[in-house]
Write a protein that binds this ligand. Structure first.
Ligand SMILES: [Zn+2]
Length: 732
C-alpha cells in the first residue's frame, strides 16, 4: 500500500474504530423504525433513527450474532457553487418501507433539498442481502457531493476472539504466487483491498482483489462476507482494535478528495454491496454465493442454454496473423473436434478504433466467416477493443485527432502519439457523445458481423481524466499526474474514482441495451486479461477471461482463486500451446483449463493425429460429464493452492444427482507419485463408486467416511499429469 492509501485508511478506519458510538440505541421521543430481512443464510436487523440509519446486527442462523455499534455515516455536506453547505438529515417515516424483501429508510434534507434512500433487498430466499444508498438532488441547481461509502460498520468483538480474513486476488496479467489470502485478523490488523479495471497497474501497490472479503470466527466455521457489484474504482477496508472490528466498502476514496457532481434532478447511487452470513467455512459460503450470483446477477437466458459453458476455439494461437483462409481452416477443425464456438481474437480489423475487417486479410468481410461457422454448427464471436481510439482516417474509424472526438480522450494527446497494433487511447465513456458513439458502434459490429459473442478487451474504463467539461468532477490541477503506459495516457487525479463511476455506468447501460436487443448474444469480459473480475461485470457479461497467462499452472491458480466467489461456468481459461512430450502432459494441459469455461488458444491444425484424437475425446467428456457438474455442482477447494510442484485438486459434488468429479493434478516433483485428497460434502454412511477415468487405479467402492476422513488416494507416476476421478452415490 502506498503512503497515501495507508494514511487514508488510518484516518477513516480510525474514525470508526476509535470514534465510539455515533448513535445509541434507545427508544427516543422520535421513535425508531425497526426492520429485519432474512434469508436461509443471513438475518439482518435494521433501525432508523431520527437522523441516521443503522444496521444493528448480522446473524447466520444458529451462529453467534455480529452486533454493529455504528450508524451509517451519511454525507454531512454538499458543495453548492463552491460553498460547503451542511446537511441535516431527517427520517421520513411515511416514505420509508419495511417489507419482507425490501427495507428502505428515507431521509430528507430541507436545505439543501436532498433525499437519501438507504435500501436493503433480499433478491433470493437464500444467500446474501443487497444494500445501496441513493442520493437525489432536489435542488434547482447542481450540487457536488463528497464520498458516500456503500457500507460502513463496526462489529463488537471480544478481544480474545480469533478471527480470520479471506480475500482473493484477480488473475489479472499473471496470477501471483499467493492469490488466495487467509490471514489471521488479530488486534491492530489494518487492511485495504482495492479493485478497478486496471489490475496492478502501479507495480508498487498491492495487487488488486476481486472486491469481496470474508471474515470467519475461528473454530465456528461461521462468519460473514461482503462483495461489491461494481467495476469502477472500489475498495474494502478492515481494521481491528480493542473490541471493534471496523469495515468500509464502496467507491475508493483514494485519491482524495472524492467529489461527484449532481445536476438538478440527478441521483448518485453508491455501488451495490451484498452482505451474507455463512456456516460451513469458505467453501460453504462459496457454494451459496456462487448459486446466488447465478440466480441474481447472471443472465437467465444464458443459463438456460444446455451447452453453457461453451467450448471455444480462439485464433490467438497464431496472434495477429489471422485471415480468411486460416479462419475457415480453424472452423473446419473446430467442428471436427466438437467445439461449440469459433472466436476470432485481435488481428481481424483495419486498425485500432477502425473496427472494420482488414480487406487484405478478409476480402469478403467477416459475415461470411460467421456464416461458415454457422454452417459448421458453430457459433461465432470476435474480439473488439471498442473504447479505443486510434489514428485511422478511414470512414467510420474513431480517430483521436478528429476535432469532434478529441475531447473524449482523457487528456490532449501529443502530436507524436501512435497507437500500438491492438491498443489505442481509451475514450471517456462517461461523456454522453462518446457513449452514444460506442453504443452505435457495438450495435453495428454485432449486427454487421452476425455475432453470437462479443469480447471486449483493452482498458475499457478511462483512468482519470483531465477535462473539466465532462459529467464527472473536474480534476484537481494541483494534484494531477499524466502518464503513459502501454501506449495509452492515464491521469491520476482526485477525480479518478468519479471518472470510473461515470464510465462504468455508461458501459453497463450500453451492454444492458445490447442484451435486450440481441437476446442470446454472449459477452466475454476481458480487460487486458483478468483485470475486470468483479460482481458488477458478472451482472453484465456471461463469462470472464480470468488471467492473461495461459500455461497450465497459471490457469489452475487463477481458477482456484476466482472460484471462491464466482460460478465456475463463468470462469474462462485459455489453453495455449505448451510442451507435451507425453499424452499425460497433453491431458494435463487441457484439463488445467477444463474446470470452468474452456477456450483452446492453439491452431489445432498443428496437433498430431494422436493429439487430435485425444483432444476430441477430452472435449466429448467435457461436454457429456464435466459440463453439467461445472454448471450445477458444489465446488470444494480440497488442496492447497496450486504451486505446480506438488499435487493439487478441485472437487465438484452435485448432491441432487449423486454425481461428482475430482480433478487431480500431479506437479513437477517426481518424488510424489501418490497423494490423498480428503473429499468434502459426502454422507459418511453412504457408499460411493469411484471411476478412475484414465485407469490410473481400478474402479472401486468407498464409504463417505473413508473419502472424507482418510481421503481419496491417487497414483500418478508421471510429472505434469492428471486424473479425473468420477464419483457416483450408490445408496439413496
Ligand atoms: Zn472525462
Amino acid at each position: 500500500m502506498d503512503a497515501l492509501s495507508a494514511k487514508r485508511l488510518m484516518t477513516s478506519l480510525g474514525r470508526l474504530l476509535v470514534g465510539g458510538l455515533v448513535v445509541l440505541t434507545s427508544a427516543s421521543a422520535w421513535g425508531q423504525v425497526s426492520a429485519r430481512l432474512e434469508t436461509a443464510d443471513t438475518e439482518l436487523v435494521f433501525e432508523a433513527n431520527a437522523s441516521s440509519p443503522r444496521l444493528m446486527s448480522l446473524e447466520a442462523p444458529g451462529q453467534p450474532k455480529w452486533t454493529n455499534r455504528s450508524s451509517e455515516g451519511l454525507i454531512p455536506f454538499v458543495d453548492i457553487s463552491g460553498r460547503q453547505t451542511p446537511i441535516s438529515w431527517e427520517l421520513d417515516r411515511k416514505a420509508s418501507e419495511t417489507g419482507t424483501k425490501r427495507v428502505a429508510f428515507v431521509y430528507e434534507s430541507a436545505h439543501p433539498h436532498l433525499r437519501l434512500i438507504w435500501e436493503w433487498r433480499a433478491p433470493q430466499n437464500y444467500g446474501p442481502i443487497e444494500h445501496q444508498i441513493r442520493i437525489e438532488n432536489l435542488e434547482p441547481q447542481e450540487v457536488s457531493i463528497p464520498m458516500q461509502d456503500s457500507l460502513a460498520f463496526r462489529w463488537q468483538v471480544s478481544s480474545a476472539e480469533p478471527l480470520e480474513h479471506l480475500f482473493v486476488e484477480k488473475g489479472a496479467d499473471t496470477p501471483s504466487a499467493i492469490g488466495t489470502h487467509e490471514v489471521a485478523l488479530g488486534e491492530g490488523y489494518r487492511w485495504s483491498g482495492s479493485s478497478s479495471t486496471y489490475g496492478n497497474i502501479h507495480p508498487e501497490r498491492p495487487r488488486e482483489i476481486i472486491p469481496w472479503s470474508l471474515v470467519e470466527r475461528m473454530g465456528t466455521n461461521s462468519g460473514w462476507y461482503l462483495g461489491i457489484e461494481f467495476s469502477g474504482r472500489t475498495r474494502i477496508a478492515l481494521g481491528r482494535a480493542g473490541d471493534a472490528l471496523a469495515g468500509e466498502a464502496g467507491l475508493d476514496p483514494d485519491p482524495a478528495p472524492f467529489r461527484s457532481r449532481l445536476l438538478a434532478g440527478d441521483s448518485f447511487e453508491s455501488p451495490t454491496v451484498f452482505l451474507g452470513g455463512f456456516r460451513d467455512g469458505a467453501d460453504g459460503a462459496g457454494n451459496v454465493l456462487r448459486r446466488w450470483v447465478r440466480a441474481v446477477l447472471g443472465n437467465p437466458l444464458t443459463w438456460k442454454e444446455p451447452n453453457y459453458p461453451l467450448v471455444v476455439n480462439n485464433s490467438w494461437g497464431g496472434g495477429m496473423d489471422v485471415n480468411d483462409e486460416i479462419a475457415r481452416r480453424m472452423i473446419r477443425d473446430s467442428a471436427d473436434l466438437g467445439v461449440d464456438m469459433f472466436h476470432i481474437d485481435a488481428g481481424w480489423f483495419r486498425g485500432v478504433g477502425d473496427w472494420y475487417p482488414n480487406p487484405q486479410k478478409f476480402p469478403h468481410g467477416l459475415a461470411v466467416i460467421a456464416e461458415d461457422a454457422h454452417r459448421h454448427g458453430l457459433r461465432f464471436g470476435i474480439w473488439v477493443d471498442w473504447t479505443q481510439a486510434g489514428l485511422s482516417t478511414e470512414p467510420g474509424a474513431l480517430n483521436a485527432r478528429d476535432p469532434r472526438v478529441r475531447d473524449w480522450m482523457v487528456t490532449d494527446i501529443p502530436a507524436d502519439w501512435q497507437p500500438e497494433p491492438f491498443k489505442g487511447q481509451t475514450i471517456d465513456l462517461g461523456v454522453p457523445a462518446a457513449k452514444q458513439w460506442a453504443e452505435r458502434e457495438v450495435e453495428r459490429i454485432v449486427t454487421d458481423y452476425h455475432l453470437d459473442m462479443l469480447e471486449h478487451d483493452g482498458y475499457l474504463v478511462a483512468h482519470g481524466c483531465d477535462r473539466s467539461d465532462h459529467p464527472h468532477a473536474a480534476p484537481d490541477p494541483l494534484n494531477k499526474c499524466v502518464y503513459k503506459t502501454w501506449g495509452s495516457y492515464f491521469v491520476d487525479s482526485s477525480n479518478s474514482t468519479d471518472v470510473s463511476y461515470h464510465a462504468v455506468r455508461a458501459y453497463y447501460d450500453i451492454y444492458s441495451k445490447l442484451r435486450r436487443k440481441h437476446p442470446g448474444l454472449l459477452f466475454e469480459i476481458c480487460n487486458d486479461g483478468g483485470r475486470m473480475v468483479d460482481f458488477g461485470s458478472a451482472a453484465h457479461g456471461d463469462y470472464f477471461s480470468i488471467t492473461d497467462t495461459y500455461d497450465p499452472l497459471s490457469n489452475r491458480r487463477a481458477f482456484y482463486d476466482t472460484s471462491h466467489v464466482l460460478p465456475p461456468a463463468m470462469l474462462e481459461s485459455y489453453v495455449e500451446k505448451w510442451p507435451t512430450p507425453r499424452r499425460e502432459n497433453f491431458r494435463y494441459m487441457l484439463r488445467s483449463g477444463m474446470m470452468g469455461w474452456l477456450t483452446i488458444m492453439v491452431d489445432t491444425n498443428s496437433w498430431s493425429p494422436e493429439q487430435h484424437a485425444e483432444a476430441k475425446s477430452e472435449l466429448a467428456l467435457y461436454k457429456k460429464e464435466l459440463r453439467p457438474l461445472i454448471r450445477d455442482a458444489d465446488l470444494y477447494h480440497i488442496s492447497a493452492r496450486p504451486d505446480g510442484v506438488h499435487w493439487d485438486a478441485v472437487e465438484y459434488w452435485d448432491a441432487d444427482r449423486g454425481k461428482g468429479v475430482v480433478f487431480a493434478f500431479h506437479g513437477t516433483n517426481p518424488e510424489e507419485e501418490t497423494h490423498s485428497f480428503r473429499l468434502r460434502g459426502f454422507e459418511r454412511s453412504h457408499r460411493y463408486r469411484l471411476i478412475f477415468h484414465d485407469h490410473s487405479a481400478p474402479d472401486r467402492i468407498a464409504s463417505g467416511e473413508e473419502l472424507m476422513a482418510n481421503g481419496l488416494k491417487v497414483d500418478l507416476p508421471f510429472t505434469n499429469s492428471s486424473e479425473l476421478i468420477f464419483v457416483e452415490r450408490l445408496d439413496q
